[in-house]
Design a protein around this ligand. Sequence first.
Ligand SMILES: [Zn+2]
Length: 215
Amino acid sequence: MIGAFYQPIAVEIDTDVLTSLPDREISAGLAEVVKYGLIMDDDFFKWCEDNAHGLRTRDPALLTQAIRRSCEFKAEVVSQDEREGGLRAILNLGHTFGHAIEAGMGYGQWLHGEAVGCGMVLAAALSEKVCDLPSASVTRVKNVVQAIGCPTTAPALDGFEQWMTLMRGDKKTQAGEIKFVLMPKIGQAIVRSAPADAVQAVLKAHCDITDTKAA
Ligand SMILES: [Zn+2]
C-alpha cells in the first residue's frame, strides 16, 4: 500500500553546487553512497571501487548515477521496512562508530560522512572478527574509503571506555547492549551485538589506543 505512493525517482544535479562544494563535503557524501553497495549490492560496491577517482573528482555523469542509485536503494530499504520492519537499521552501517567519532571529537570537527566512512572501515574489521567477512573484503572497504578521500584511521578519543560510553548512546542500543551493523559479506548487512574484546581489538588496531585500563 505504502509502496504505491513512491514516485519514480528523478535526480537533477546542480553542477554549480558540485563545483562550489569543498572537497571534504564531496568525500563525506560519497561515504554514504559506498554504504549502499556494502549493505545491499556487491555489484554497486564494485562500481564505486572502479569509479572512485571519477566520483571524487566530480564527474557529473558518475555523480548523477551515484545519487540516483542511492535514492533507489534507500526507497527500497524503506519500503521493505514498512512491510517487514527493522530493515531500516542497516542504513546505519558505520554510524555506531561514526557517531562516537563525531561526538567524541566535538561536532563539526569531522563531517558526518567522514566519520561514517571511517566507521565503515571499523565495522568491516569487526565483521571479520564476528561474522567471517573475508580479510580481503576488509581491505577493499578500507581502500575504497581512502580512494573517495575519507579518513581510515579513527581518533583514539579518551580511550576504549570513552568509545564504549559514546557508542552505548547509539539509538540501536538495547538493554545496554550495543548493536552494530555488520557484513557477513559485501552487499549483505545484519544487525547484532559483538563481544567487547572484539570491539576493543578493532579499536586498538585502527586508532592507536594504548590505554589498556579497560582490558
Ligand atoms: Zn549518515
